[in-house]
Design a protein around this ligand. Sequence first.
Ligand code: ADP
Ligand code: MG
Ligand code: ZN
Length: 614
Amino acid sequence: MYKNIALWIIIALGMAMMYQYFNESHSVDLPYSAFISQISNGSIKKVAIKENKITGEDTSGKRFETYFPTDEQLIPMLKERGVEIHVIPTDTTIYMILSWAPMILLVVFWMFFMRQMQGGGKGGAFSFGKSKAKMQDADKNKVTFKDVAGVEEAKEELEEIIDFLKDPKKFQKLGGKIPKGVLLVGPPGTGKTLLAKAVAGEAGVPFFYMSGSDFVEMFVGVGASRVRDLFEQGKKHAPCILFLDEIDAVGRHRGAGLGGGHDEREQTLNALLVEMDGFDSSEGVIMVAATNRADVLDPALLRPGRFDRKVIVPNPDYRGRLAILEVHAKKVPLADGVKLDDIAKGTPGFAGAELANLINEAALLAARRNKERVDIADLEEAKDKVMMGKERRSAVISEREKRNTAYHESGHAIVARMTAGADPLHKLTIIPRGAALGLTMQLPQDDKYTITKDYLLGRISIMMAGRAAEKLVFDHYSTGASNDLERATKIARNMVTTYGMSDKVGPVTYSKHENTVFLGRELSSGALDYSEQTKVLVDGEISGILNGCADGAMKILSGNRTLLDKMSDLLMEQETINGDDVTKLINEYADEKWREVAAKNLAEQETENSERNK
Ligand code: ADP
Ligand code: MG
Ligand code: ZN
């Protein structure tokens, strides 16, 4: 409609200009002096005066025009010669339009632009305010609960939502209120997005997907208008699911920014809160949101009546991993006799996405090797790749550096075997992977839920052992140990400030103040609300733990120098050795006393393993 008006105005203007052009092209420009003398000659028939412009016709019918200065004698002179005089008022309509044209054009354009901003136009260049929500129809590429494995508790909780979406009336009969929003919380890659899609698929309702970052745009107010649009669409398509992925992008704690309060994100969040209050879940619209940062969300989002149900989606345990592997392995041909439970056992801490990735990598590896089926070797290699990054066989590393790495990794491995309660040794390698020059890999036997102080001390000792080996053999420290130190320090700090494992500091927690969200956790946490003395005490305890562990590692290694040399020789030769190789070396070269310790630890690991398999 506005487009049409603009078009008509342009056409009218064009016509007016053309009229003017033709109108004037017939007339001759006459100097004022010539005009005066023609009046005296009596050859002027009539004139039209408009402001200081005179147009007219002479007796022969020729048209002319001229401009006159303020000349008071002109009119008496014309009258005297009997010339017909017309006086034209200044503003005829055409002149009006012409002089107002720029203004009118501006207004028309503005109205046009505003309408687009509001999201009235369909997909126009200016449709910022549209929600951009991607709708997925119930029937198309349907995801169901069968595709999501290993998160049984989460599925159970979501089942209720599905029942409601299938038959809303049944639940309202007894006056029960259906939750408005469900918040899926869990680490990245655990299948939150997948779960939400499965809920829509199971319930057979439309599913609107939007990510928190979709709300963030250059223009202020756009996010808020997108939120409103999303809810509008939801109401139109009820019953349906509105899924807000990565909600922490908009849902962060308000008023915590560095740059003052009322920013764009805050407006968006406010709009979201208002909309959530404004709709009634009995209409059949349910909000599902996902985040891996529930701790930073604004409390207002979590209160009853908004996201009042929290569903935790944790990293899968052994059984969950097996189930997820099975789901994804259905898509690739497996060789006979491949046992996925070995892979499931060897991947503690893996999220669903990593397991899916593992199967995919294995299929690619098998294809590259021209195999018909994926076998256990492919799966093992894919596991290492996903766990530790791709091997960088092409990296050029000098003999000296390799030797250094070999001692470093051997140090880790030896101390790992001689520490009671440590995780079993999987393999060690001096082939660079990802950013690391070498790796010693231990695999936790099962998913650990509670961890003891001794176990943590053991971990730190093992981490310190790489550096200790370098010091013992070459009498130098290298940068290769920086990652070990960083992780060790983090553990030690947590032991003292979070887990209350230091007797001197006592059963207090000194960490994490979660209010200054914008600065990020690490920067803002702790350190603010305890005294200088405590600070000194805490720091002392942390370095005490680290030093104690480093000394312990050094003691083990210096007592087993031959073993250390032999192990790094073998590593130089083979580049990768496994737990059995280490056992053999220890039996042959370890110091008598330490050999017994290592044997006892190994036996313990084995009994634990067989117990678990029962
Ligand atoms: P999140 O949203 O929690 O970060 P996604 O749902 O996007 O994780 O998961 C990414 C991919 O990982 C999925 O598409 C799927 O292939 C795989 N995946 C993750 N968790 C599971 C699971 N529990 N069962 C099956 N596949 C999963
Ligand atoms: Mg996701
Ligand atoms: Zn190391």
